[in-house]
Design a binder for this molecule. Structure first.
Ligand SMILES: NC(=O)c1ccc[n+]([C@@H]2O[C@H](COP(=O)([O-])OP(=O)(O)OC[C@H]3O[C@@H](n4cnc5c(N)ncnc54)[C@H](OP(=O)(O)O)[C@@H]3O)[C@@H](O)[C@H]2O)c1
Length: 157
């Protein structure tokens, strides 16, 4: 199964100049809690800008290059189709962690969405793709000081 996990500001911003334009330790803790022990997928830009290692998670990076700088053991994928073959119809979960180009390509296949929405707007140059809220059912909402965390499940037709 494919799931997307993202933190965005209310205006849809997820990134600026290769990084996230906020530092929210509580949201990072939420991200850690939701991804711990799981396979996670990110694009090479997001991977290159990771400020810290992500222990306890199996990192998969989508890239057309084989010479990216690897800071720890990661698995490289060059084909989106191969990632979909591995996880789309599997009971194993792949947490898709961005950035924008990766969300664009994988959100259509996601059955679950972990959506953190900050309470403050930020300016940025990367956005989460528009999606139809009617297609998603709310299964959990947690409220934190600086953001709300929604867990959504794609409705079955
Ligand atoms: N707020 C959040 O929750 C969140 C989460 C993650 C990231 N972000 C932000 O998102 C921004 C980065 O997003 P981005 O869209 O610029 O970059 P990205 O999605 O992280 O990475 C793009 C790269 O992924 C590879 N790629 C994408 N599609 C591919 C495909 N079909 N096949 C093979 N490789 C593929 C390419 O790598 P190569 O060029 O190496 O081939 C491409 O240049 C940053 O600002 C980051 O902070 C925010």
């Amino acid at each position: 199964m494919i799931a997307c996990i993202v933190c965005m500001s209310p205006n849809g911003v997820i990134g600026k100049d290769g990084v996230m334009p906020w530092h929210d330790p509580q949201e990072l803790h939420y991200f850690k809690e939701q991804t711990m022990g799981k396979d996670i997928l990110m694009g090479s830009v997001t991977y290159a800008h990771l400020p810290n290692p992500l222990p306890g998670r199996k990192i998969h990076v989508l890239t057309r290059h084989t010479n990216i700088i690897q800071k720890e053991a990661i698995t490289l994928w060059s084909e989106k189709a191969a990632v979909l073959d591995r996880w789309k119809d599997s009971d194993d979960i792949l947490m898709v962690c961005g950035g924008a180009s990766i969300y664009e390509q994988f959100l259509p296949y996601a059955k679950r969405l972990y959506l953190s929405i900050l309470k403050t707007n930020y300016e940025g140059d990367r956005f989460f793709p528009a999606f139809d809220e009617e297609m998603w059912e709310l299964i959990e909402k947690r409220q934190y000081a600086t953001f709300d965390a929604y867990q959504l499940q794609r409705k079955t037709k």
